[in-house]
Each structure stands twice: as structure tokens, then as C-alpha cells.
Design a protein around this ligand. Structure first.
Ligand code: HEC
Length: 473
């Protein structure tokens, strides 16, 4: 009952806040349309006031929405709708995460492309570093890049930062929705390390802070200027993290944490280095002070690092669909190889955009990726005994699977059959035999985190039964 009252209250507040944003928008429009466009300090001041109230109200809207979700959660907790609420949170937050991520990485790719593809030679004015003609979406575009800064900094300057911040924020929320709220199910694998949910969440979040500090120290150290040594050390540290995660979390969670770690470094680069450098540059240019060229260089280097992180991070974000990668006996090794290989591919693309010919980067990257595919290939199966009966297989399924995969699961976490997969009747088992082969035999990602302690012998029996035609005899 209390939750319902709270919920109604929050809804009313939300509606009021939304009405207020429209009101402030109309005030701002009026100010913008004022007849005398003189830079009167009083109107400037009131404009600023409107802007800061607007920011305040947006923040309040976000907080109220979070409050609404939390009270919803309180209402449905312990009912069958709890899972449904989590699923929809997952959908919404994931969609936001992907959308912001595409905007961010798209901008990152675009600007690295610009930098690489600039015409720096023919007919470039003295103050320019280069220019570029492009045609897109039915229009012609002409861009110029300044060597340092223009004579006067224009009033309306586009910054590219919220894409990055929102990608990280939504990713962080997703980490909570999928892994942290349900830590005992997806984050922790007691066969790997027996930790409490709170410890798991603490280690996860703490690791992001530690990795950023390490990376930042590395960038500022003498190694930071030595391209190849920096890359090597950085890569080894990353592999160390992959190894660490895969010895602390379940394999899937280990992969996601590796990606979240790289993603956190990327956002921290934007937040702590790139944007502050740019702000200092804009300020110096506005004040007419000489520009410290180091600022631009620092920002450029961090943004280049981010560019190399993108493909490895993108792989991790889709890795959940590929149990043959995280389900491997050495998940961190596969991850390290794919990280190296995809970063290599990015390197090749960057070189190509600059018009440089590189003979070995692409082939080596492909060989590394092929090595990952080779190592993760399933082992050659052992011999089967003449005929495995359905009774034997059914006994295994009843013992190892139906605690989750049933119309009435007994598992404490999965109170509804995961993905709707049930093994209550022989028919249901036979129908799903290919998926069973994939998840139980080939990738060994079922039973989940091997919670029900299936043995290799039992996996072999299931394989033999399926290979022999999965008959009900
Ligand atoms: C601890 C609970 C649990 C146990 C025990 C378990 N599973 Fe699962 N299973 C899940 C969850 C959760 C998912 C969905 C997430 C995923 O695909 O990893 C799933 C997904 C699957 C899928 C993929 C379904 C799809 O639509 O992609 C198959 C196949 C599967 N399980 C088979 C089995 C078999 C066979 C066993 C017994 C040997 C088993 N599972 C034991 C929890 C469990």
C-alpha cells in the first residue's frame, strides 16, 4: 500500500517537472527572440539562470524516474512480475546503451577518419592544418581543421561529450540490472570463487577504479611516449585484468567486466583529459593567451587510445552470444587474442585511411584471430558405447537441468524456466537436442556455471545419445 501511495506521489511530481521544462523552454525562446541582441550583462545573467534551472529540473526528472522504478520494484518484489520488470528495464537500458554507444563510437570513428583523410597540401590556407570535401545524405560538406585555434572562438561550438558520458552511465546501469542485482546467478560462479554478492560487486566496481589509475600512471610515465613499449605494457596489464576477472567471476561476467573496464578507461579519458584540455584550449584562445600545444597533444593521444579500444569493447559487448569464447577452458586467453587481433584490425584501418601501405598488420591480426578460433574449437570427441538409452539421458537431465528448466523450477534464482526452455517431458528434450549439444557438450556453458555439478562423463553420454539419433528408446 505504501508503495502505491509513493508511486502516485512520484508520478504527480514527474508531471509537474515536465510541465516546468516546457515553461522554461518558452522563457528561453522569448529571450532568444528579443529585439535588441546587444550583449547586455543583465539579459546574459537571466539567460544563465534559465539554463541552470533547466539543468536542475532535468536532474530532478531523472531522480524522480529512478524513484518510480524503485517503488515499482518494491510493489512487484517476490511476485512473478519481478522478472518481467527486470526484463523491461534490461530492454530499455540496453537500447539506450547501444544508441549512445553508436553515437559515441560513430563520432570517434568519424573524427579519426577526418584527421587521417584531411587534405593537408593542396591549396590550404596558412592557419589551417587541412580541409576535406565530403558528400553525404544529399548534401555537400566542406570542413576545415585549424592548426591551433581560429582567431576568434565562435559562440556556438559543438562539444562531443554527452555521448560518452551517457554510454557509460547506461552501461553501468545495465551492469546492475543484469549482473549485480542478480549477483548469485550471473556474476558469481562458486566453482570459480566462492564470494558473496556484495564482495563480487565491490571487486567489479573497484577494479574499474584501479585500472584507470594504472592506465593513467602509465600514460604519464616515461613509457607513455614510447609507442611500442607503451602498447606492450598496456596490453600485458589488460591481459592481467582478463586473467583476474576470469578467476573471480563467472566466465560471462568476466568478459563483460573486461569490456566495462576498457569502456571506463575510455570515458575517463574523455572526462579527465580530453574535455579539460579542450576547455583550457578554448579559454586560452578566448583570453588571447598563447596555447599550450601539449594540451592538444595529450587529448589527441587519449582519443587515439580510445579509438583502438573500440573494437575489443564491441566484441565483448556481443560476446554473451558466443559461449565458445567465454566457455573455453582459458577464457582470458581467447579474450586476449581477440583484443589483440581486433585492435590490430583497427590499426590497419587507421593506417589505410592515412594512405600508408602496411604489408603485415592485417595478415598478422587475422592470424591472431584465427588462433583464437583454433584454440576455442571443441575437442575431438571420445568413443561412444554401442547404444545409449533415453532412460540414462533422462536421468541426467532430471538431475542436472530441471531444477531450472521446468515449468516449476526448484532453483532459488530461476523461478521461471530460463528462455522458456523446459525438460519436463521426453518430447521437450528431443526437440531441443541440437541446443543441448551446443550448450552442454560443445561449449559446456550449461548447466549454468555448472551449478548442478554435471560430470564430463555425463556430457559424453548426452553427446553419444544425440549422435546416435536421439531416440526415445
Ligand atoms: C542454474 C540454472 C540452470 C541449470 C541447472 C541449467 N540451465 Fe540451461 N539455462 C539457464 C539460463 C539462465 C539460461 C538462459 C541464459 C543463457 O542462455 O545462458 C539457460 C539457457 C539454456 C539453453 C539455451 C536456450 C536458448 O534459447 O538459447 C539451453 C539449450 C540450456 N539452457 C540447456 C540446459 C541443459 C541441457 C541443462 C542440464 C544439463 C541446463 N540447461 C541446466 C539456467 C540453467
Amino acid at each position: 500500500m505504501g508503495a502505491v501511495i509513493l508511486l502516485s506521489l512520484l508520478f504527480i511530481i514527474l508531471i509537474m517537472l515536465i510541465v516546468m521544462t516546457y515553461y522554461l523552454r518558452s522563457v528561453k525562446l522569448q529571450q532568444d527572440n528579443m529585439e535588441v541582441p546587444t550583449e547586455n550583462s543583465q539579459t546574459e545573467k537571466s539567460k544563465e539562470n534559465v539554463l541552470s534551472s533547466q539543468t536542475f529540473i532535468y536532474t530532478a526528472i531523472v531522480l524522480t524516474s529512478v524513484g518510480i522504478i524503485v517503488s515499482f520494484y518494491m510493489m512487484v518484489r517476490g511476485t512473478i512480475w519481478e522478472g518481467h520488470l527486470m526484463e523491461w528495464l534490461n530492454i530499455v537500458v540496453r537500447l539506450m546503451h547501444i544508441t549512445f554507444g553508436i553515437a559515441w563510437i560513430g563520432a570517434s570513428f568519424y573524427f579519426v577518419f577526418l584527421e587521417n583523410a584531411l587534405n593537408r597540401t593542396s591549396g590550404v590556407r596558412e592557419e589551417l592544418a587541412g580541409n576535406l570535401w565530403a558528400v553525404h545524405g544529399g548534401g555537400f560538406y566542406y570542413l576545415e581543421k585549424y592548426k591551433v585555434a581560429p582567431q576568434a572562438i565562435p559562440k556556438h561550438l559543438h562539444w562531443f561529450k554527452y555521448e560518452a558520458y551517457f554510454t557509460w552511465l547506461s552501461g553501468f546501469c545495465l551492469l546492475f540490472v543484469v549482473y549485480y542485482f542478480n549477483a548469485s546467478a550471473l556474476l558469481i560462479d562458486k566453482n570459480i570463487l566462492d564470494i558473496t554478492p556484495l564482495q563480487g560487486v565491490g571487486i567489479g566496481i573497484g577494479s574499474f577504479v584501479v585500472c584507470w589509475i594504472l592506465y593513467d600512471i602509465l600514460c604519464k610515465s616515461a613509457l607513455g611516449k614510447k609507442g611500442i613499449w607503451f602498447t606492450l605494457t598496456g596490453f600485458l596489464i589488460a591481459v592481467g585484468f582478463a586473467y583476474f576477472y576470469s578467476h573471480v567471476f563467472s566466465a560471462r561476467a568476466a568478459y563483460i567486466h573486461f569490456g566495462a573496464m576498457l569502456g571506463s578507461i575510455m570515458v575517463a579519458n574523455v572526462f579527465f583529459v580530453i574535455i579539460p584540455s579542450q576547455k583550457a584550449m578554448v579559454k586560452a584562445a578566448r583570453d588571447g593567451n598563447p596555447l599550450n600545444p601539449q594540451l592538444g597533444k595529450n587529448a589527441g593521444l587519449r582519443s587515439l587510445h580510445n579509438n583502438y579500444f573500440t573494437l575489443p569493447v564491441l566484441f565483448v559487448m556481443i560476446s554473451n552470444h558466443f559461449p565458445s569464447t567465454f566457455g573455453n577452458e582459458y577464457p582470458w586467453l581467447i579474450l586476449a587474442l581477440i583484443t589483440l587481433g581486433t585492435a590490430g584490425v583497427k590499426h590497419y584501418l587507421n593506417l589505410k585511411e592515412k594512405g600508408q601501405l602496411s604489408v603485415w598488420v592485417m595478415p598478422v591480426s587475422i592470424v591472431i584471430l584465427l588462433a583464437a578460433a583454433f584454440i576455442s574449437a571443441p575437442e575431438k570427441p571420445g568413443a561412444c558405447k554401442s547404444e545409449v538409452s533415453f532412460a540414462e539421458v533422462n536421468a541426467i537431465v532430471q538431475q542436472r537441468c530441471v531444477s531450472c528448466h521446468s515449468s516449476k523450477p526448484t532453483d532459488e534464482v530461476y523461478t521461471a524456466a530460463p528462455n522458456g526452455v523446459m525438460y519436463d517431458t521426453p518430447d521437450e528434450i528431443v526437440k531441443k537436442k541440437d541446443m543441448i549439444m551446443q550448450r552442454v557438450v560443445v561449449t559446456k556453458t550449461m548447466p549454468q556455471n555448472n551449478k548442478t555439478n554435471i560430470t564430463q562423463k555425463e556430457r559424453d553420454l548426452m553427446r553419444c545419445w544425440i549422435e546416435q539419433g536421439a531416440s526415445l528408446k
